[in-house]
Every structure is written in structure tokens, then in C-alpha cells.
Design a protein around this ligand. Structure first.
Ligand SMILES: Nc1nc2c(ncn2[C@@H]2O[C@H](COP(=O)(O)OP(=O)(O)OP(=O)(O)O)[C@@H](O)[C@H]2O)c(=O)[nH]1
Ligand SMILES: [Mg+2]
Length: 189
């Protein structure tokens, strides 16, 4: 029986802040990327929540280590696929569109889109947690543009089972908790 809920995403998007909110466990969070360096597991009810290191470019973080982290993350999902009930891909909604734009200008697939496709191709149930919504002036417009980047047609409200706008730092994570609750209810222990 699948029993892990795994948080994944680029460095510094707020995974550990969200993890604290979901589990009550005090983990390190920080302004610099690369704070979390290994998978951290906490059991809540019958479910294990897993906080993962961030992937992608990190200032002042050696390239070799970045590659290692990426390998670690890919291996983790491939090896534990059958244990994973839900994957929560966290993005920083306030910088996402700018960053994606830069990748697209270079003619590259943005790393976060690549990860999303990889996870879906593995057959995982992937929820998009659009974090740092407190920084966004026009949430509906931003979310419409964001979901479209992941291949979901706007309006974003069509995707309420897959997309959860949250602000982990402000403890505003109800939309995500709802999705998690539903998933656990149809997969009882
Ligand atoms: N404005 C705002 N800031 C947030 C929010 N959630 C997290 N942050 C901040 O974002 C920064 C990174 O938070 P972390 O939770 O450490 O991020 P992470 O994704 O775990 O980072 P790594 O472990 O380095 O991959 C911290 O300064 C947090 O306070 C949010 O909802 N709104
Ligand atoms: Mg972290």
C-alpha cells in the first residue's frame, strides 16, 4: 500500500516551510538555497511525509553536489515509486514565470516542467503547490499562466484537484490539505 507523500521542487521554493506546516516537525528553513540536504521522513497518522532537498542551480553550491542531488532525487522516485501515494511539487509562484521565461528564451525546457513530466511519466499522482501566493498581486491571472506552462488549459480553477495555491509561511495551506485529505480518504490504511 502506497503511504508516502513526498515534497519536491527547486531550491528555496518553501518545501521545508510547508513540511513544517503539514507535520509539525521542526526542520531547518532558510533564505539561502540548499538548506535541506537529505530526505527527511516524518509519520503523521498512517502516512509518511518526506521533505526532499531542492534541485537546480544554487549559488555557492558546488556543481558536483548539484548533480549528486539531482541523481539522488531521480533514484528516489524510481526506487520508491510504489510507496508514493502523492507527490507535491512545490513552486515559488512569485518567481516561476520569470524563471521559466528565461529558460524558454534559451530554447530549453524549464527544469520544473521537466521534473513534472518525469514524475507524471513514472505514473505518480502529482499535485502542484503554488507557494508564496502572498507575494502575488493578481493571483488568478498568475495561476492561469502558470498552469498553462504545465500543460493544463486555463482557467486554473478547472484544476482544483491538481493545483493548490498556498502560502506556507502564512500557514495558508487549506487548498492543499483538502486535496491530501481526499487522497487519503480513498486510500484508507
Ligand atoms: N513570502 C513567502 N516566503 C516563503 C513562503 N514559504 C517559504 N518562504 C520563504 O522561502 C525561503 C525558503 O524556504 P524553505 O522552506 O527553506 O525552502 P526549501 O524549498 O525547503 O529550500 P531548500 O531546502 O534549500 O531546497 C525562506 O526564507 C522562507 O521563509 C511563503 O509562503 N511566502
Ligand atoms: Mg528545505
Amino acid at each position: 500500500m502506497a503511504k508516502e507523500i513526498v515534497l519536491i521542487g527547486r531550491a528555496n521554493v518553501g518545501k521545508s516551510t510547508l513540511f513544517k506546516e503539514l507535520t509539525g516537525k521542526k526542520v531547518r528553513v532558510g533564505k539561502r538555497p540548499g538548506i535541506t540536504r537529505e530526505a527527511i521522513k516524518v509519520k503523521v497518522g498512517g502516512v509518511f511525509y518526506v521533505d526532499m532537498p531542492g534541485f537546480g542551480y544554487m549559488k555557492n553550491y558546488p556543481k558536483g553536489k548539484q548533480e549528486k542531488t539531482k541523481r539522488f532525487i531521480i533514484d528516489y522516485f524510481e526506487q520508491n515509486r510504489d510507496e508514493i501515494l502523492l507527490t507535491i511539487q512545490v513552486i515559488d509562484a512569485s518567481s516561476f514565470l520569470d524563471i521559466v521565461g528565461r529558460w524558454e528564451d534559451r530554447g530549453e525546457v524549464p527544469i520544473e516542467i521537466g521534473l513534472y513530466d518525469f514524475l507524471n511519466d513514472l505514473g505518480l499522482d502529482v499535485i502542484l503547490a503554488a507557494n508564496k501566493m502572498d507575494r502575488i498581486a493578481n493571483p488568478d491571472d498568475a495561476l492561469d499562466m502558470i498552469v498553462e506552462k504545465f500543460g493544463m488549459l486555463p482557467p486554473w480553477r478547472q484544476w482544483l484537484d491538481h493545483v493548490a495555491p498556498i502560502s506556507a509561511k502564512k500557514s495558508e495551506i487549506e487548498s492543499l490539505k483538502k486535496i491530501i485529505g481526499k487522497k487519503i480518504a480513498v486510500n484508507p490504511r
